[in-house]
Design a protein around this ligand. Structure first.
Ligand code: G6P
Length: 369
């Protein structure tokens, strides 16, 4: 087992550090040589079919669901197709309306999650076409879907998902760009510049990983906390949810991810002297609003770690600590901002002496409903 961990103390850490390679693998063969077009040789979606899609459902569980939240944002903004997202165990029983031409995207690292598989079957029974995003080629979900995008991240062993999540995000970026290309909803110059930014991400993840020393100290400082808050807006809110889940899964510290603008409608009552808050602010157009939310929690005594793009010097003034990530297109920041959150969860779990790779009560793949 030690050999399989490649010298890393845990599979989770190994998988966090494998992300640059995993992301490159997800992109391989899916971008043309000139970097101008998305080519999806394995996706049997003709231009005509793409143009006919009236609505998309995204269905998944756990971390894959959090990837889907980003996917919704990406597809709606690039391809202008309305997207509804649900956790698989809810989707199945709420009788979703399959009117017109729908595409249901099921996201699953293992391809075997029982609730996700059941949701796939329910959507199929209702006449929807199914596209699976999975890491396991021969899995049940891969076999039962009509269309398949494999993430090619390599086997993920740690229960807490890391490289599968970021490679699912890459799959969504490629898919969003592909749908936009076929529907002609995005000027080709914008597509090219997004593709270039996408291709830079693996290297930028390496940069984030190489400057992660401060995270050990931060993890030490939160390990005895009873609860924590993650706040963000838009894509940052979706990433906050993944960061909060990671921390709960392996450190067993309670945390809550909150849409920053919603705090004042209730949760702000829980903020008191010394409450630890992790605030994500990577979206330039939402930055001012985030600063005012940070000021709101600081005024009640919160201690805030800000996660922001390197060119955002303004944020320094409003937080106690800051973790900077390289600049990229606003749509692509989740790939970079989630890395410090994965490391915070990892080092906190290590500091507490928990079984990082096999957290209590959880399984890597849940094959019961
Ligand atoms: C389990 C794992 C989670 C995972 C979820 C969905 O609960 O512990 O890490 O996100 O299943 O798994 P899937 O294989 O469908 O992505």
């Amino acid at each position: 087992e030690q050999a399989e961990k490649d010298g890393y103390e845990h599979y989770m850490l190994k998988e966090i550090y494998e992300q640059p390679r995993a992301l490159r693998n997800t992109m391989t063969g899916r971008i043309d040589e000139a970097g101008q077009q998305i080519v999806f040789p394995d996706l049997q979606l003709s231009t005509e079919t793409v143009k006919g899609i009236e609505k998309i459902y995204i269905v998944a569980c756990g971390t894959a669901y959090h990837a889907g939240m980003i996917g919704k944002h990406v597809i709606e903004s690039l391809a202008q197709i309305p997207v509804e997202i649900d956790v698989a165990s809810e989707f199945r029983y709420r009788r979703p309306l399959f009117k017109g031409k729908t595409l249901t995207i099921v996201v699953s690292q293992s391809g075997e999650t029982a609730d996700t598989l059941a949701a796939l079957r329910e959507a199929k029974r209702n006449g929807s076409s199914i596209l699976a995003i999975t890491n396991v080629v021969g899995s049940s979900i891969a076999r039962e879907a009509n269309h398949l995008i494999t993430t090619n991240a390599g086997p993920e062993i740690a229960v807490a998902s890391t490289k599968a999540y970021t490679s699912q995000l890459i799959a969504f970026y490629l898919l969003g760009l592909y749908l936009a290309q076929e529907k002609e909803t995005l000027p080709s110059e914008e597509r090219k510049s997004l593709i270039a930014a996408l291709q830079k991400l693996p290297e930028q993840v390496e940069t984030v990983l190489a400057h992660a020393e401060g995270i050990h100290t931060f993890a030490q400082s939160i390990k005895d906390e009873g609860h924590l808050f993650f706040i963000g807006r838009g894509l940052d809110y979706a990433v906050s949810q993944e960061g909060s889940l990671k921390l709960k899964e392996i450190s067993y510290i309670h945390s809550e991810a909150y849409a920053a603008g919603e705090l004042k409608h209730g949760t702000l009552a829980l903020i008191q002297e010394g409450t630890r808050v992790i605030a994500l602010s990577t979206q330039a157009e939402l930055h001012e609003k985030m600063v005012s939310n940070i000021t709101e929690v600081k005024a009640r005594g919160a201690n805030v770690l800000g996660i922001a793009l390197e060119d955002n010097v303004e944020l320094h003034r409003s937080v106690d600590d800051v973790c900077l990530i390289p600049s990229t297109d606003a749509l692509l920041t989740p790939i970079l901002s989630v890395i410090p959150l994965q490391l915070i969860a990892y080092y906190t779990s290590v500091a507490l002496g928990n079984d990082v790779d096999r957290p209590r009560n959880l399984a890597k793949s849940v094959t019961v409903e």
